[in-house]
Design a protein around this ligand. Sequence first.
Ligand code: GDP
Length: 364
Amino acid sequence: GFNCGIVGLPNVGKSTLFNALTETAAAAAANYPFCTIEPNVGRVPVPDPRLDVLAGLAKSQKTVPTQLEIRDIAGLVRGASKGEGLGNKFLGAIREVDAVLHVLRCFEDDDVTHVEGGVDPLRDAELIETELLLSDIESLARQKDGLVKRVRGQDKEAKVRLELLERVLPVMEQGTQARALDLSEDDRALLQGFHLLTAKPVLYVCNVEEGSAATGNALSQKVAAMAETQGARSVVISAAIEAELSTLDLAERREYLETLGLEEPGLNRVIREGYNLLGLLTFFTIGPKEARAWTVERGATAPEAAGVIHTDFQRGFICAEVIAYDDYVRLEGEQGAKEAGRMRLEGRDYVLKDGDVCHFRFNV
Ligand code: GDP
């Protein structure tokens, strides 16, 4: 599956956020195992209003949303790249995630100590990014030694990799994150093989005080501006509110959100943005028993999508019957779409689009 890791300095609200995410998920899905897998790993449903619309049209008995795995990665402090604190363990855990949710403290509270003194999310962000960058630089230096040896042994692939490494290392040593390097598509693909921490996509999560949850505050605005210069994104959330929401039932939750002027829990936005960050798309399978959302990477073909449901579907793939979400809704279901000629038969080269409603035909 795909996963996001929550990172940030101590006391910025990471665990509060993680617990709210997993508790809300558990409360919302009594009939489905969205749960904490390990103390710091949880699966959460990806909120998608389209699923309910489709289930309504098809009169499906139940809906099954697609999920995202979230990891709470605690323990980063200044000096982590030198092994301070839980430095190495922390960095190793980041290496395993596909995308990073970087929580920044944007709330003032004299009762909550800030490890770096005062509240300053831009400094905090830079501190963490620097630790990650230092770790990448060290890792590249190590990988370089290995590549040099292989190049001496006439390894052609190593030569190409070494050439790229020697090009990017000096730029990174000047302070450029791997994700911000100006590279061709081929080079970017090759760079993946170096497993760099700063190559992972980042979403900045601004944890603001309760009163600013709907609007953000001056600090979260600074973060938004910084994110924009990096081509990254940010969201505003109040971890304290999310923690409160996670203890309420659905009706109470709606009421509380209304009094706060919020349309939905901030967590929904975090999950959706995290999902986008990973370059994923959703397709649906709709039947009388269940309406279900599934996840594939953008660019996935029809057989690959079928394989997410079952490996047999991929192996024996014949074709896919596909209805675009908008057509399904406009024509009020499968029958209507069929009659209007909006159900397409697609072969193995078809690249899935977000929102496709699919039936796969396959040989067993
Ligand atoms: P972590 O170390 O980043 O995991 O931070 P925690 O989630 O454990 O939070 C550290 C402290 O900050 C706890 O006492 C939380 O109750 C408090 N805290 C977290 N989020 C908020 C917030 O939005 N507002 C306020 N006032 N306190 C918060």
